[in-house]
Design a protein around this ligand. Structure first.
Ligand SMILES: [Fe+2]
Length: 215
């Protein structure tokens, strides 16, 4: 591993967790097609969201899936570029639709055997049932957790470790991409309207070129 005799005065930003947000053009009309497709797939497989052995969505030759595949690939290319990865990287996308109905949630998890993971939001509820919930519920949100468990233990106000979670209320057309090791939690849907998203994994096709120089 290289040492760093050239370290400069100032703050060094070490070990960041890079999460990307992107809103692809044309999502509004494609989302209508994607909703139609997911509803069709659900007619054939009632357990679509939790059936991890279901056929891979991205293997379909369907105009809306083809559009989404292009958007996922474009987002990964941009993500790698922003990270400074300036050599060829090859990957495979696997993906699946999630339909969350009233009360559905997905407990905290990460995505083993993947390099990156992401979600594209197709349809979000616009209403919420009137219930006597506690006031800190965040229906339909996704929360990401600091992968360095416990670093907030002694954090104080305004230091960068004080909040161990980051929560987003996604809107249709938003794509998020993150390192697959990051734990995340999808909060319960408290609407009678469905919440539809498409999650995906970026699995690298291995090459020894990915190994860092061992100088
Ligand atoms: Fe997930």
């Amino acid at each position: 591993m290289a040492d760093h005799p050239d370290i400069e005065d100032g703050i060094l930003d070490l070990w960041p967790t890079k999460i990307m947000a992107r809103r692809p053009d044309g999502s509004e009309s494609w989302n209508k097609e994607l909703v139609r497709l997911v509803r069709e797939l659900e007619r054939d497989n009632k357990n679509l969201t939790t059936d991890y052995l279901a056929p891979d969505l991205f293997n379909m030759d369907h105009p809306a899936v083809n559009w989404l595949r292009d958007q996922v690939n474009g987002t990964v290319i941009e993500y790698l570029r922003l990270l400074g990865i300036d050599y060829p990287v090859n990957w495979q996308i696997t993906g699946w639709p999630s339909v969350n109905r009233f009360g559905d949630y997905h407990d905290a998890h990460n995505h083993p055997w993947s390099y990156l993971s992401g979600t594209y939001y197709v349809k979000m509820p616009t209403t919420r049932e009137t219930l006597r919930n506690r006031k800190d519920v965040r229906p339909g949100c996704i929360t990401f957790y600091d992968p360095r468990g416990g670093v907030n233990m002694t954090a104080i106000k305004n230091d960068p470790y004080v909040d161990p979670e980051y929560t987003v209320l996604p809107e249709p057309g938003l794509m998020l991409l993150w390192p697959a090791f990051v734990n995340h939690f999808v909060h319960p849907n408290l609407s009678k309207e469905t919440r539809i998203s498409i999650s995906f994994n970026i699995v690298l096709k291995w090459s020894d070129e990915y190994l860092p120089d061992q100088g």
